[in-house]
Design a protein around this ligand. Sequence first.
Ligand code: TEU
Length: 570
Amino acid sequence: IPDRKWWQSATVYQIYPASFKDSNGDGVGDLQGIISELDYIQSIGVDVIWICPMYDSPQVDMGYDISDYEKVYPPYGTVADMEELIQKCHERGLRVLLDLVVNHTSDQHAWFQESRSSKDNPKRDWYIWRPARYVNGERKPPNNWLGNFMGSVWEWDEHTQEYYLHLFCPEQPDLNWENPETRQAIYKSAMEFWLERGVDGFRVDTVNMYSKGEMLDAPVTDPRSEWQFAGLQYCNGPRMHEFLSEMNQVLEKYDAMTVGECPHTPDMSRVLKYVSAKEKQLNMVFQFDVVDIGQGPYKFQTTPKNYTLPQLKHAIHTTQSLHRGTDAWTTVFLENHDQSRSITRFTSDAPEHRVAGGKLLSLMMTALSGTMFIYQGQEIGMVNFPLEWGMEEYKDVDSTNYYKMVAERTHNDPVELEAAHKSLQHLARDHARVPLSWDSTPNAGFSASKPWMRSLPDTAACNARAQQKDPSSVLGFWKRMLALRRQYADLLIYGDFDVLEKEDPEVFYFTKTYGTKKALAVLNFTDRELALRIPEEVRDQKAELLVSSVDGRAGDEGLVAWEGRVYLLS
Ligand code: TEU
């Protein structure tokens, strides 16, 4: 089929450099660590690696606060190490994506240092500065928007007596995309510098936040707070498509691929406009329907695990529908560095179920259409922190700021603090950021010394080296499924998705259709045995078992706990 693109059938492996592999024993992962494990990465059966920010940074938000796009964070290595990594990947046919973080920089970036130095500095307008408003003589920020990491999105600057905008930490001031000079500087420094060095594309951070619109007050949804959720206002602003068209001209010169992060976008026609091929904006996006499941606008104020299987089906249906009858493309992912572990969230991390849960989710994902993304550790079935771990193990600013906010708001009410801790046990970004469990030696074989984050204790039950030798492991199953996905690409990667039995709370049934070919997935989302029931719509067809997530199944017997199957229908 001539108009298929290489990135459509690709599987991308996401690497978090701080926690992948430490080659020099300082407790922090690094680029040479990644280079040393390219055999491992390739053995999974992936085609592309995406490296989370490895740029120079004060690390207030783990590298999403960049102080120099053209330098590497010294504990990770150098630009020369990056060149070596890109070359070694290309030699083996692996492509390389970098994280493009250009909604904001670090406050330590030279651009912001100049911008904040005086009101008439030529770079003043490269960031978003506004005067205060005064209410009853009291100084107030320009609007009531809540930042992603708690508190106002506005920071007062004593020196020049104005506020600047930061949708994330105060140390992450937002760039002013309205200024054409700023945009040119971004393209040159953050994009062309690395495209010239051979990178194959970008995962584009917070890509729908560049155009801020009018910045009016957000409606009050949390009466306890002065600051209100404003995601629906600062995402998808009026000039987004114009900015992305311009950015795409740079990308096109290098034939670079893009996957944009697209939070707070319930309107599917907006999503479609970003990823429709004829619009020439982005190749694909990460929608949040699945990972935000069960959450309102306030992530940690949600009771953990309060979602139902019908909700999960609906969320998956939403993202899968994007490419149906359109010229758009979609993505498949359950984890990344901002999400807790999928086995814990969507199945069960109890010792007797975690392997089955990991395989069930692997089978589900590999049967969905779109470009597939696997996050480091997911391939071996890593799970969330043990419940005994205290607050001192949570290092992420998203987690610690939330906990601090609850402490302040409730004057350290132990019940409220316990609830906050519980919520973090389920949803904190920290769970994804622990060192990868390589083997069962100290520090999980990640580093020769104490790692920057504590490694998981259960390395005997879950580590990469043991699973590499064991075809019945979660890793063994991923390898098998990725090969099968390639073999049945028409159905599994490009097929049309339909949910059957939408309201069934225990079993997820879906079909994939491509021309006259058809497959049926049957997934038991409970920890109990269930009788096999084939939905009426497909009951009169011959079903041949293609694969089960449990070894040795014939296909006509009941489903064991967390078992998933794919049948070919004819
Ligand atoms: O995330 C942006 C984002 O919209 C969220 O997923 C965010 O992590 C969440 O609101 C926090 O609860 C991206 C990066 O993936 C994230 O790691 C960065 O912290 C953020 O941008 C700022 O660059």
